[in-house]
Design a protein around this ligand. Structure first.
Ligand code: SF4
Length: 218
């Protein structure tokens, strides 16, 4: 039977509680420049943050600009990121994206979602992430696997499609939280609402969450 969404005021209360609980939630990949961020974001697909953060310091020391990456040899780049999954494809995407950045934007990272999404390896979630964290431009909410899982569990969305989830969240999440909402949910997911076995008995949302007591990965 489809899950019934909770009343909007319960959802808003749950969001406020989460925002209070995780005031320091922030983006989890290390970077110094917008170019670093684009590269780290491409590397991060289906890869744990710790692994991404373990390979990027040496990578960022060697490659600093879009031009550096655009001129790189795939094998040279793979050598720096071989610990991450799909390193060959990711290296190709980084080089292809940086060639576009170099040729079309003189090496600058675009500050709008359409141009970012035209770059290989960059989808909507990543484009939103880059806008928020490189430029402070908040036009949407990045929807990653944590956001999908917890939005469904908490009842903020009954959808599975990331675009629909984002639309649902934008209706109920106060705009002041959009830029960090993905990181708030991730913090709660890692600490309490874990993927396989959520610790509902210790959850600050236990009185509001329609999935309180869930015992399996759902
Ligand atoms: S009550 Fe359980 S399922 Fe709901 S948010 Fe908390 S830990 Fe997750």
């Amino acid at each position: 039977m489809p899950q019934k969404p909770p009343a909007e005021n319960a959802s808003r209360k749950a969001i406020e509680l989460l925002a209070e609980e995780y005031p320091n939630a922030k983006y989890y990949l290390n970077f110094s420049t917008p170019t670093d961020l684009v590269v780290a974001a491409i590397i991060s697909a289906q890869t744990r943050d710790e692994v991404v953060n373990s390979v990027t310091p040496e990578l960022f020391k060697k490659f600093k600009t879009a031009k550096d990456y655009a001129n790189a040899d795939v094998n040279q780049l793979v050598a720096y990121i071989k610990k991450v999954s799909f390193s060959g494809n990711k290296a190709k995407n980084i080089i292809a994206a940086c060639k576009i950045l170099q040729e079309k934007y003189k090496g600058r990272i675009p500050d709008n979602i359409e141009e970012l999404m035209d770059l290989p390896g960059i989808g909507k979630k990543t484009a939103n992430t880059i806008l928020i964290n490189a430029y402070g431009i908040v036009n949407g909410i990045p929807v990653d696997t944590w956001v999908i899982k917890l939005s469904n569990r908490i009842g903020l969305s009954i959808n599975k499609d990331p675009d629909k989830i984002e639309q649902d969240l934008m209706k109920v999440v106060d705009k002041k939280y959009w830029g960090k909402f993905a990181y708030i949910l991730k913090s709660h997911g890692k600490k309490i609402c874990q993927s396989q076995v959520p610790i509902c008995s210790k959850c600050l949302l236990s009185k509001l969450c329609p999935r309180n007591g869930v015992t399996k990965s759902a």
